[in-house]
Design a binder for this molecule. Structure first.
Ligand code: T4K
Length: 367
């Protein structure tokens, strides 16, 4: 077993050289503008949109509020049902509940780990107001099929794109599908602003409403147009994001290379399986599925003994959180996969040799 001297975490933030962040910080210090849709937030919105290939982005303070505001901006009938995936981070589910909607879980495709589009229509009722899929681990959902189902039934689509920066489908940004996409710029994400989120809306009036919602409900005329909140991104967060954005192409290439390295070593183990990813997946995580939970637990504790801290993303399947969704439907595929999937460390400063050592450790435990 290869032991590591320093702890190896599931991820580490991508950090641009400090002097490049400082150049932006000097502008903040010179102007005294720290927040309230300042020049750096506006520039970050513009530069992120250009890099992603979308018209506009609304920058907010985190990915969770991005989902909440996305739901709210669509003005959906209160109390309706939102169809979503059980295989996700708690923030997807809690945002639906926080906004006062009933989550209806549709099980996942066991290969892609995204919501199974073939099962969505059966879950649509006259109370359905939206579908909220997640591009799990940056692997794009079947967006064209999902958007078609939504159009046919007159419901909205909100994509939880927290993992999906830099992903293209049919040559277009995945963020341009659906009515709204909500992404995250958290420290653990491919593009980070420390804490942050971004919302991309298809309809310019929804974009406008999002800008009001994040700023206490004030509109451009400084009148209160709706019940808003404070979800602004600060200038300091935008400064970090602007500096990091310049490295995104290199970061994507690096992830793909290390993802390929893990896969090349671990593919030789017949008892392991992997997410079936689209060529455009951003490879932001390296999930691996074991035969059963007992094997996962054995590998996880051996890795910890070697100073490697993999993470059980996502466990449990969120439909199992009985304290907040007591009557949720069972989702056998998601529950099974959640019990035996582990994300191995993957980040820019992780060396290729370290990837090899971690993969060899996994192989050694499973035999
Ligand atoms: N939708 C989906 C599908 C999501 O996955 C998420 C968030 C959201 C929505 C909501 O987006 P945000 O509101 O968070 O913007 C992490 C992240 O906190 C969370 O952003 C992420 N998904 C989730 C999958 O993972 P934890 O509790 O596992 O993170 P934590 O703090 O243990 O960090 C993991 C490792 O990263 C640490 O062991 C070390 C490293 N790390 C972490 C932080 C915070 C650093 O090196 N530096 C840091 O500052 O939830």
């Amino acid at each position: 077993m290869n032991k590591f001297e320093k702890p190896i975490y599931v991820t580490m933030p991508t950090l641009a050289p400090l002097h490049e962040v400082d150049a932006y910080m000097e502008r903040i210090w010179a102007s005294g503008i720290m927040t309230h849709n300042g020049p750096l937030v506006q520039q970050f919105e513009k530069d992120f949109s250009a890099w992603s290939g979308v018209d506009k982005t609304v920058a907010v303070c985190n990915g969770t509020l991005a989902i909440q505001l996305a739901i709210r901006a669509l003005g959906l009938p209160k109390g309706g049902e939102i169809i979503t995936t059980p295989f996700t981070f708690i923030a997807t589910l809690s945002s639906i509940l926080y906004e006062g909607y009933k989550p209806v879980f549709v099980d996942i495709d066991s290969d892609t780990l995204d919501i199974d589009p073939k099962k969505i229509e059966a879950a649509i009722t006259d109370r359905t107001v939206a579908i909220l899929p997640v591009h799990v681990f940056g692997n794009p959902c079947d967006v064209e099929v999902i958007d078609d189902i939504a159009a046919k039934h007159g419901v909205k689509v909100i994509y939880d794109a927290a993992h999906a920066v830099g992903v293209k489908v049919n040559g277009k940004s995945v963020l341009s599908y659906g009515d709204v996409s909500a992404t995250s710029f958290h420290a653990t994400k491919l593009l980070n602003t420390s804490e942050g989120g971004g919302i991309i809306a298809r309809d310019p009036s929804v974009d406008e409403r999002l800008r009001e919602l994040r700023f206490f409900g004030y509109n451009k005329e400084k009148d209160v147009a709706c019940v808003g909140t404070n979800a602004k991104m600060t200038e300091v967060n935008a400064a970090i994001g602007l500096a990091n954005l310049k490295y995104m192409d290199a970061i994507l290439a690096d992830r793909r290379e290390k993802y390929g390295l893990y896969k090349a070593i671990l593919s030789g183990c017949p008892s392991l399986s992997f997410q079936k990813i689209a060529p455009s997946c951003n490879c932001s995580y390296f999930p691996v599925m074991f035969e059963d939970e007992a094997t996962l637990l054995r590998v996880d504790s051996a890795l910890k003994a070697a100073n490697v801290y993999a993470r059980r993303y996502f466990w449990p399947s969120v439909n199992k959180y009985r304290s907040i969704c007591a009557d949720a439907e069972g989702c056998p595929i998601s529950e099974d996969i959640a019990s035996r999937i582990l994300c191995l460390p993957l980040y820019r400063t992780l060396a290729g040799d370290e990837v090899r050592m971690i993969a060899d450790n996994v192989k050694e435990v499973i035999g």
